[in-house]
Design a protein around this ligand. Sequence first.
Ligand SMILES: Cc1cc2nc3c(=O)[nH]c(=O)nc-3n(C[C@H](O)[C@H](O)[C@H](O)COP(=O)(O)OP(=O)(O)OC[C@H]3O[C@@H](n4cnc5c(N)ncnc54)[C@H](O)[C@@H]3O)c2cc1C
Length: 295
Amino acid sequence: MQSFDYRKVYTLQEALDVALASKGASAFLAGGTDLLVQIKEGKKQPRYVIDVKGVNELAGVTLAGGELFIGALTTIRTLETSLSVSAKVPLLAQAAAKLGSVQVRYRATLGGNLCNASPSADTASALLALDAQAEIYGKTGTRVIELDNFFLGPGTTALGDGELLTRLKIRLTSNRQGSVYYKLSTRKAMDLAFVGVAVLIELGGDDQISKTRIALGAVAPAPIRVPSAEKLLEGVRLSPEAARESAELAARSCEPISDHRASAAYRREMVRELCQQGLLAAYRQAKSQKEDKNE
Ligand SMILES: Cc1cc2nc3c(=O)[nH]c(=O)nc-3n(C[C@H](O)[C@H](O)[C@H](O)COP(=O)(O)OP(=O)(O)OC[C@H]3O[C@@H](n4cnc5c(N)ncnc54)[C@H](O)[C@@H]3O)c2cc1C
C-alpha cells in the first residue's frame, strides 16, 4: 500500500483549506470502505488523506420546513434503521438495507457512496427517484444542485477542486406515495448490483398517477433516471399494460455493458422485468396509503 500523510480535520473550512493546499493530491476519508480498498489496489494514490469524520457540519438527519436533510457522514446503517428515514423516505431505507453487509453498513457513509460515484451505488438510484438535491461546500461557499446533475460518469462527480458533499435534501410531500428498490447481484450479500431499480409513484385524485420516478443503477456509466418512461404514466390509472409499456421504454433507454457480473442483454431484460414489477408494486402501495402521512 502506498504511504500517505494523514490529516484529521474538524470543520468544513479546514477540510476545504487542506484539500485546496494539496493541489489535487488529496482524498477525503469518511468510512474508508471504498477509499482504502482503492488505495490498497493502487487505483488511487493520494499524497494526503483528509479524515472528515470529526466534522460536525457533515453529521445528522434533520427534519425542517417539510424537508429532510441527511448529512454526508450519515452511515448506511443509520439510513437503514432511522425511524425518520423509514417513515418519511422508506425507499432510501430499503436501498440502504441492501448495501454490502451489516458490518460494511456500520462503517460506510451516504456521502462516500455518492462521491465514489459507482454506477451501481445503491443509495444513488433511490435518491434520484426521491428528487434529492446535493448540497456542496467549496471556495465560493455553499451551492445546491439536483442530484441528477451530480453523477458525470464512473468515479466522476460534479464536485470541483477541494469541494465536499455536505448533505442531501429531500422535499417531503403529503401526497400518497408508493416506492420500491430492487437489486440484482450475483451473490445475496456483499456484492454490487448488476441491476438496481428504484421506482416511486405518487397519486392524485381518483388514483391517477401525478408523478412517476424510475431510476436505474449499473446499466449506464452513471445512475440514471428515465424521464420518457416516467412521463408516459402521468395522469394514468396504472394497468399491467401501461406498466409494461413504460418498463419497455426504460429498458430501451439504458446503456448496459457486459462484464463478469452479467451480460448487457440480461441486464436490459431485467430492467424491463423489474421496472414493470416495481411500477405495479409501487402503485398498489400508494393506493393503500392514507392521505396526509407527512402532516
Ligand atoms: C465488502 C464491501 C461491500 C460493498 N457492497 C456495496 C454494495 O452492495 N452497494 C454499494 O453501493 N456499495 C458497496 N460497497 C462500497 C462502499 O461500501 C460504499 O460505496 C460506501 O457507502 C462508501 O462510503 P465510505 O464512507 O466508506 O466512503 P469512503 O471510502 O470514505 O469514500 C469514498 C469516496 O468518496 C469521497 N468522499 C467521502 N465523503 C465525501 C464528502 N463528504 N465529500 C466529498 N467526497 C467524499 C472519498 O474521498 C472517496 O473518494 C461495498 C464495499 C465493500 C468493502
